[in-house]
Write a protein that binds this ligand. Structure first.
Ligand SMILES: Cc1cc2nc3c(=O)[nH]c(=O)nc-3n(C[C@H](O)[C@H](O)[C@H](O)COP(=O)(O)OP(=O)(O)OC[C@H]3O[C@@H](n4cnc5c(N)ncnc54)[C@H](O)[C@@H]3O)c2cc1C
Length: 453
């Protein structure tokens, strides 16, 4: 833990340009970094972890009256009970550090996103989900208590039975109900630190959805990649992957190696990621996978966090950046075919494309998952606003079919679109008004979506 004195860009110092993982949009803001979140959060408008949300949820609004607290220096483990797996830690602790410390001792987070570079605070604020949502729910389901500074300045200890409405507004509340200072969560005991994985190539969208559903009926972790460039009968062809923690008998004599990680050394030219290059990449990736089912035992980093093998891969999209559109819809091939046709017609392209099954809705008032299938596509930003128009048109299809988009990825939705996707928004607003009567906590996304009055 570096020894750093709290700093808060005193006025007069130049603000920094802040972005999310997609590098769109960029907003100038002041930051406050340090180990003492309780002190730093007193005058701050928002907390920010490792900046892995794609859009503008971890960015201050343009007229911010205070700094953004950047939390990763506050990363102490405060308590861990080896009998029950209950961990209490500061909100800036990253999943990467947690994995280093606890996986060799037989513990893992019950829910993990597709990158380990996230903080506990960010996992709570987005109520993140993983490949096991259909069995384990969101991260919030495993959170027992939070220490939080609310917008009215109070520091509170909250949980399912202590100020529950604030607790459930905070799970998935995108940092707008308070600065999370500490998190208490129950970890999962695992038999071995390795993953047994099977993968299978499927020829079209219908087959992918069917195989994914079959896999989710009996496997704890399932996910699929699909080729968004394929058209006609091959539309949505892809690879379905299913996994579980390996048993002691399956554990190999020699531990599986993690693939070395490589850093993208510079910003690629904007425009290099386009429908032509992506079509080529998609076809190569699809064909690289054998027609036959493949089964092996892999390192958990290879399984959970494949994208982390390419450090700073977001630079591949150039300075204009990209946006991720992630939605959940009923598990219907016809619906997804309609969405993919619109995507292709409006010039969309994506290589990092993830299809997942979701179980019951999360407990958080603004949690994203609900029963159905989720699709995530990474779309390069174009100069002329065409990407925003494409995403907005896709959001309209999602609304028309009772789905929603994930706020941790969103940079485009309007307040009107948001309200039609999140039916508990009014209940959430009431909680926010109660604990932040002067509307001190604010983010660029919150302002855009009408959440910060
Ligand atoms: C490659 C990649 C793969 C991903 N895969 C998944 C996935 O599979 N499933 C999934 O659910 N998500 C996924 N995500 C999204 C990511 O898990 C979430 O955006 C997460 O919130 C990021 O955590 P962070 O610490 O970087 O938070 P940031 O990005 O810094 O902040 C995200 C939000 O959390 C709030 N916040 C952060 N810390 C605090 C705090 N201490 N108190 C209050 N609010 C806080 C911020 O205000 C902001 O609203 C992925 C992201 C990437 C880049």
């Amino acid at each position: 833990m570096p020894d750093e004195t709290p700093t808060t860009n005193p006025s007069g110092l130049a603000p920094e340009s802040l972005t999310g993982w997609g590098r769109y949009p960029a907003i100038e803001g002041h930051t406050a970094r340090g180990e003492d979140l309780e002190a730093l959060s007193r005058s701050a408008v928002l907390s920010r972890g490792l900046g892995r949300a794609y859009g503008d949820s971890a960015l201050p609004p343009r007229d911010a009256a205070g700094p953004v607290v950047v939390t990763p220096l506050a990363d102490r483990i405060l308590a861990f009970d080896e009998r029950t797996g209950v961990l209490r830690a500061e909100a800036g602790l990253s999943l990467a550090t947690l994995r280093e410390l606890l996986l060799p001792r037989g513990w893992f987070t019950p829910v993990s996103p597709g990158t380990r570079h996230v903080t506990l605070g960010g996992m709570v604020a987005a109520d993140i989900h993983g490949k096991n949502h259909h069995v384990a729910g969101c991260f919030g389901r495993h959170v027992r208590a939070l220490k939080i500074r609310t917008g009215d300045g109070e520091v509170r200890e909250i949980g399912r039975d202590r100020e529950p409405e604030l607790f459930f507004a905070t799970l998935g509340g995108m940092g707008l109900t308070g600065h999370v200072l500490e998190v208490e969560v129950t970890l999962e005991r695992i038999e071995t630190p390795w993953i047994y994985e099977e993968s299978e190539r499927r020829p079209n969208l219908e087959a992918v959805i069917e195989t994914l559903a079959e896999a989710s009926a009996s496997w704890p972790m399932t996910v699929a990649w699909i080729d968004t460039s394929a058209r006609g009968a091959a539309m949505g062809r892809g690879i379905v992957m299913r996994g579980r923690w390996a048993t002691k008998d399956e554990a190999p004599a020699r531990p599986p190696r993690k693939n070395p990680s490589v850093r993208v050394p510079f910003d690629f030219p904007s425009g290099l990621v386009n429908p032509v290059t992506i079509k080529l990449l998609n076809a190569l990736y699809y064909r690289k996978h054998s027609r036959r089912k493949v089964a092996h035992v892999v390192h958990p980093e290879t399984y959970f966090w494949q994208l982390d093998l390419l450090d700073e891969w977001n630079r591949g999209f150039g300075r204009r950046g990209f946006t991720q559109f992630q939605c959940v819809l009923p598990s219907s091939a016809a619906l997804y075919r309609e969405l993919l046709e619109l995507f292709q017609r409006m010039g969309g392209c994506s290589f990092v494309t993830v299809f997942k099954d979701c179980g019951e809705a999360g407990e958080g008032m603004l949690s994203f998952p609900q029963r159905g299938t989720s699709l995530a596509v990474d779309i390069p930003m174009r100069k002329d606003g065409a990407t925003q128009a494409l995403v907005s048109a896709m959001i309209d299809v999602v609304i028309a079919n009772g789905g929603r988009v994930y706020l941790a990825k969103d940079a485009v939705a309007t307040a009107a679109q948001f309200r039609r996707m999140y039916p508990r928004w009014e209940e959430w607003m009431q909680v926010r008004r109660k604990y932040d009567p002067h509307g001190r906590l604010r983010s660029a996304q919150g302002v855009r979506l009408g959440l910060c009055e």
